[in-house]
Design a protein around this ligand. Structure first.
Ligand code: ADP
Length: 247
C-alpha cells in the first residue's frame, strides 16, 4: 500500500506560533469510510490540526494530501470545493430562515438561484433537501425557523448543511457537546450511517460517544501523537493514562 491509498495523508505537519510548536511534525493517515476520533488534553493541538486541514491556519512545514491533492497550497474555498467540510463547535445556522431554507442555501450555487428565481424551487432541490432532512432527523421540521430548534437539532442541521455539499471528508469539533443521551445516540447513528463513501474526523472528549463511533483513535499531546489505534489499545496505553491522570 502507498500513502495514495488513504483519503487523507498528513505528513510532517508543523505549525509554530511565535516559535511555539502547536503541531509538531505530525503524521497520520485516514482511510476511506473511516471515522477517526482525535482526543487529547486541552491545548494538545486538536483544533489546530483541523484548522490546518481546512486551510484556516497555514502550516509552517509538512504536507496534507487529500485524494492526491496538496491542501497546504490551496485556499479555504478551494479546500471546501475539493470536498472537505468543517463544522465548528458552535452552530452557525441562519436563525431567521427555515430548516428547508438553511439546507437549500447550502447546496453549492443555490444562493444565486434562490435570489434570481424569487424562491421558486425545482424538484431536484426539494428532493435533495428532503433526503438530507430525513438523514438528520428533521424531516418533520422543514418549515421551522432556525431559532425555534432545540440545541441538538441545530447541531444536526449544521451537519446537514455540510452533508448536502457531499464532502468526502467531514470534520466535526465536539458535535455532541450539550446534547442529551438520546441525542448523542442518534448522532452516533447518523455518523455511522454517513460514512459510506465518506470519512469523518471528530474531536471528542466524551469517551462513551468515542466508543460508539471511532474506528481508530489518535491521541494528541503537545502537538504530537502520544498513542494511536483502536479505543481499547489507546485507553490501556500507559502513556495515555499518565497524561490524563496528570491533569
Ligand atoms: P486543543 O484543541 O487540543 O485544545 P488547540 O489546537 O486549540 O488545542 O491549541 C494548541 C496550542 O496552540 C495551545 O497552546 C494554544 O494556545 C495554541 N494556539 C492555537 N492557536 C493559536 C494562535 N492562533 N496563536 C497562538 N497560539 C495558538
Amino acid at each position: 500500500a502507498t500513502n495514495n491509498d488513504f483519503l487523507l495523508a498528513v505528513e510532517g505537519l508543523t505549525v509554530s506560533f511565535d516559535g511555539f510548536k502547536a503541531v509538531d511534525d505530525l503524521s497520520f493517515y485516514v482511510d476511506r469510510d473511516e471515522i477517526r476520533v482525535i482526543i487529547g488534553p486541552n491545548g494538545a493541538g486538536k483544533t489546530t490540526v483541523l484548522d490546518l486541514i481546512c486551510g484556516k491556519t497555514r502550516a509552517t512545514a509538512g504536507s496534507i494530501r487529500f485524494e492526491g491533492r496538496e491542501l497546504t497550497k490551496m485556499s479555504e474555498h478551494e479546500i471546501v470545493r475539493a470536498g472537505v467540510g468543517r463544522k465548528f463547535q458552535t452552530p452557525s445556522i441562519y436563525e431567521d430562515l427555515t430548516v428547508f431554507e438553511n439546507l437549500e442555501l447550502s447546496i453549492p450555487g443555490t444562493r444565486h438561484v434562490f435570489k434570481a428565481l424569487g424562491f421558486r424551487r425545482d424538484r431536484a432541490v426539494v428532493e435533495r433537501v428532503t433526503r438530507i432532512a430525513e438523514e438528520i432527523f428533521l424531516a418533520d421540521q422543514l418549515t421551522r425557523r432556525g431559532d425555534e430548534l432545540a440545541h441538538g437539532q441545530k447541531q444536526w442541521l449544521e451537519i446537514g448543511m455540510l452533508l448536502i455539499q457531499d464532502p468526502a471528508l467531514l470534520m466535526l469539533d465536539e458535535p455532541v457537546a450539550g446534547m442529551s443521551v438520546a441525542e448523542r445516540t442518534k448522532t452516533a447513528d447518523l455518523l455511522n450511517r454517513i460514512t459510506r463513501g465518506r470519512s469523518v474526523i471528530v474531536i471528542e472528549h466524551d469517551m462513551n460517544f468515542v466508543k460508539d463511533i471511532a474506528h481508530k483513535v489518535t491521541v494528541l499531546h503537545q502537538g504530537r501523537i502520544l498513542s494511536e489505534g483502536d479505543i481499547d489499545k489507546v485507553q490501556s496505553d500507559p502513556k495515555v493514562i499518565e497524561v490524563y491522570l496528570g491533569h
